[in-house]
Design a binder for this molecule. Structure first.
Ligand code: XMP
Length: 506
């Protein structure tokens, strides 16, 4: 188990992901909440930071229980922090120290650089530089512009590097993390999907015992994997509820419900389309749509849960990035849209919460899902927003508009699949615009709806680029949509990136 102390760097989660790729379990804590009991940790990594160690507001944690007592790797700010307060010197740098650089000098015979060759490319991102190493500092590597790019402290297993090994452009970054964690700190590489499943299943069994658990399935990856894990742990005491809000993709409710039953889940499908449509009638404002949907979802879910007797737990598919976000150095980041799932527990359901995936990143959830034998197609699904097609129908929502958009979306998504493009895209969908445009079909003038297609590349949805889909594909899909979907006579493709646009249009 590895402890990562976060000083607020944009790359901290990336460090954790790289460590996990080595099958080593790690947890992120903010620098101002260091766990009291460190006995479970075999090594500590200090992250980078937007702060300067010379600033008055700079993070200044007490590392006396860590430094010299256990293997420590300090990255960027961490490296400067160790230098600045221990007899070294940190000053603003004269030259630009951002971007790619090469390790022009590497001290030979050092485990940290085992199998790393001179000239190895690393990624720099800092405006201060270490002018003088701290007491006991031994220089391990330099670049052309940065003399003190890596050092260790004599007599300790303390290592410090100015560059970011976690960033993809640091070519040997993962190797250096491996050298530090495995060769130097001897941390076992035993965090595999199979080991996780065994451990979490027995943990859930102990925690839940013979109690009943209720879980809302959404058709998405997280809730599905959470359900299958809990099903393995407690079987029929898990009651799943899958609500159709009428805003899912075409045939999604029926197909996914069928799949869930095939997987042996104890699931009840609830078609609440009418309730959602009533609540949405006449609403055009995106945030009001989200609120209406959130409210009705809770009502429907609660009605269903009340029909089950003696339920003690509510299971949720929360994953690690949400957990980190909620305890982060900066605090939960401001929500631009009122998203991200209907929000915790409704007050009137006094249930205890169980979150089997709370320590996993998304790609790990998929790997665990694969180990559990879940259909790869289900695991590879694009993300789909909780409010569904309602936020892809600009303006007010009617059943007819939902039908049109479902048809358009199905042509687009099926097309991506049959052209082998689906897995190359992070998320895709269609948007129904609130305008009509003139067209001509046969000899007749038409005046019908415009739809926009959107396909983006992303890793976490925070930033995104539009995908350069082949023109031939766009031509075919546009033709199919206009020919097959009544009510649509024009198709456009969204070529905006996020930022400044967002992925959804509402
Ligand atoms: P934006 O539009 O903010 O979307 O760039 C980023 C990601 O979040 C999804 N999204 C939502 N998911 N409830 C959700 O569960 C919402 O209200 C919501 N709004 C946007 C969006 O599909 C994309 O994956």
């Amino acid at each position: 188990n590895v402890l990562i102390l976060d000083f607020g760097s944009q790359y901290t989660q990336l460090i954790a992901r790289r460590v996990r790729e080595l099958n080593i379990f790690c947890e992120i804590f903010p620098y101002n909440h260091i766990p009291q009991d460190l006995s479970a940790y075999k090594a500590v990594i200090l992250s980078g930071s937007p702060f300067s160690v010379r600033g008055d507001d700079a993070p200044h944690p007490d590392l006396s229980q860590i430094r010299g007592k256990m293997p420590l790797l300090a990255v960027c700010y961490g490296a400067q922090y160790l230098a600045h307060f221990n007899g070294g010197e940190v000053a603003p740098s004269n030259t630009r120290e951002y971007g790619r650089a090469n390790l022009s000098y590497i001290k030979s015979g050092e485990d940290f650089f085992h199998e790393v060759l001179e000239n190895s490319q690393v990624w720099m991102s800092h405006s201060d530089t270490i002018k003088k190493l701290p007491d006991g500092g031994v220089l391990l590597a330099s670049t052309h512009d940065v003399e003190n790019a890596a050092y260790r402290i004599e007599g300790e297993t303390t290592y410090a590097i100015q560059y970011h090994p976690e960033v993809f452009h640091s070519t040997d970054g993962t190797k250096m993390l491996y050298n530090f964690l495995v060769k130097i700190a001897h941390v076992p590489q035993n965090f595999t999907p199979n080991a996780f499943v065994d451990e979490i299943v027995s943990e859930m069994q102990q925690k839940i015992g013979g109690d009943k658990v209720v879980l809302g399935l959404s058709g998405g990856v997280d809730s599905t994997v959470a359900a299958v894990l809990l099903n393995k742990a407690i079987g029929k005491n898990l009651y799943c509820i899958f609500v159709n809000n009428g805003l899912l993709r075409k045939n999604e409710f029926e197909n996914v419900l069928h799949q869930y039953k095939d997987m042996g889940l104890n699931v009840k499908g609830v078609d609440a389309t009418a309730r959602f449509m009533d609540a949405l009638a006449g609403i055009s404002d995106p945030e009001l749509k989200r609120k209406a949907i959130g409210r009705v979802f809770i009502e429907v879910f609660d009605d269903e849960a009340h029909q089950l007797e003696d339920v003690k737990w509510l299971a949720q598919g929360t994953i690690y990035p949400d957990v980190i976000e909620s305890v982060s150095v900066k605090g939960p980041s401001a929500t631009i849209k009122s998203h991200h799932n209907v929000g915790g527990l409704p007050d009137f359901m006094k249930l205890q919460i169980v979150e089997p995936l709370r320590m996993l990143f998304k790609d790990e959830v998929r790997r665990v899902g694969k180990t559990l034998g879940i259909d790869p197609e289900l695991l590879g699904r694009h993300p789909f927003p909780g409010p569904g097609l309602s936020i892809r129908i600009l303006g007010d929502i009617t059943l007819e508009k939902v039908r049109i958009l479902q048809e358009v979306d199905a042509v687009f998504i099926d097309g991506l699949k049959s052209w082998g493009l689906y897995d190359k895209v992070w998320q895709a969908g269609a948007i129904l615009l609130p305008v009509n445009s003139v067209g001509v079909m046969g000899d007749e003038r038409t005046y019908e709806k415009v739809v926009a297609l959107r396909a983006v590349e992303s890793t976490d949805g925070m930033t995104a680029d539009w995908v350069h889909l082949p023109y031939d594909f766009l031509m075919k899909v546009s033709n199919d949509i206009i020919n097959k979907v009544r009510g649509v006579n024009r198709v456009v493709y969204d070529i905006s990136s996020k930022p400044p646009a967002t992925i959804e249009w509402e």
